[in-house]
Design a protein around this ligand. Structure first.
Ligand code: AMP
Length: 285
């Protein structure tokens, strides 16, 4: 497995593969890898001739008050996990190589970025879209793999690729969960034992929404109330500490719906202690 430190090395290696007509999969990550990330790498290794993973904690997608400085960094374990999956190369750039002095261009994210995360993390998707487009250029791969765990991010990237004619195939991969249902996340390691239990409320709320639909409920507002009540449970001792949103929206546009007629997605962002967790589930009426 090659470790690529510079954008120049990265581009040259991918072009070497592409000149031989090989398919190449890209798996962008911020490191602190868990089974969710590794499942993306595994899918790419299975589908493409070569896979390159990137590990870069992108500063421009964090707001000043967010967890950039304390974001977990576990490079040695990350590299070991990727080697085991059969990844061909890992790109671990320095921030200065990605954002050299004078850097001032950015991607205006598509309209699907405006609601939900866009309301609570206003500059987040501009940072994501910009760095992902840069990675697509630095590593001109044929495919790129993203997790459904970050459902809105996936929508943003698909829309950007379509709107800007980026010649790459986006592959969505299912959310990998702990055995009790908690969606794997690099941020789960911030949770203490008591918070880890309360974090399960997100999964419980998605279950409650799905059951309500199964029992015939079609009113989006009623389903959202069920999710909120499940998230809060009996107050802060058992429930989450605060809810940013718990919404049922159109699965493609992420626009609000009144009635569940078409495929929808339930999306939650909530805080347990100071840790902000997100999760989602596709819901088919
Ligand atoms: P991150 O390192 O959090 O930026 O995530 C990198 C990629 O891994 C993104 O495409 C995420 O959607 C994906 N990912 C993160 N957690 C999971 C998970 N539990 N299951 C599947 N994919 C995930």
């Amino acid at each position: 497995m090659q470790i690529l430190r510079t954008t120049k090395q990265a581009t040259e290696l991918v072009w070497q593969w592409r000149r031989r007509d090989a398919s190449v999969g890209l798996v962008p990550t911020m490191g602190a890898l868990h089974e969710g990330h590794l499942s993306l790498a595994r899918t790419s290794v299975g589908q493409c001739d070569h896979t390159v993973t990137t590990i870069f904690v992108n500063p421009t997608q964090f707001a000043p008050h967010e967890d950039l400085s304390r974001y977990p960094r576990t490079l040695d374990a990350d590299l070991e996990g990727l080697r085991r999956e059969g990844v061909s190369a890992v790109f671990v750039p320095e921030s200065d190589d990605i954002y050299p002095p004078g850097f001032s261009t950015s991607v205006q994210p598509p309209s699907v970025a405006q609601s939900l995360e866009g309301e609570f993390r206003p500059a987040h998707f501009q940072g994501v879209a910009t760095v992902v487009l840069k990675l697509f250029h630095i590593l001109p791969t044929t495919h790129a793999f993203f997790g459904q765990k970050d459902y809105q991010q996936l929508c943003v990237i698909r829309a950007m690729v379509r709107d800007l004619n980026v010649p790459i195939e986006i592959v969505a991969c299912p959310t990998v969960r702990e055995t009790d249902g908690l969606a794997m996340s690099s941020r789960n390691r911030y949770l203490n034992a008591e918070q880890r239990i309360r974090a399960l409320r997100l999964f419980a709320a998605l279950d409650a929404a799905e059951h309500a639909v199964h029992d015939g409920q079609r009113d989006a507002a009623a389903i959202e109330r069920i999710m909120q009540a499940t998230l809060l449970a009996d107050g802060p001792e058992q429930g989450v500490d605060s809810i940013d949103y718990a919404k049922l929206v159109d699965a493609q546009t992420l626009q609000p719906i009144r009635q569940l007629d078409d495929r929808a997605v339930a999306l939650i962002a909530a805080k347990v202690g100071s840790t902000r967790l997100i999760d989602n589930r596709l819901i088919d009426p």
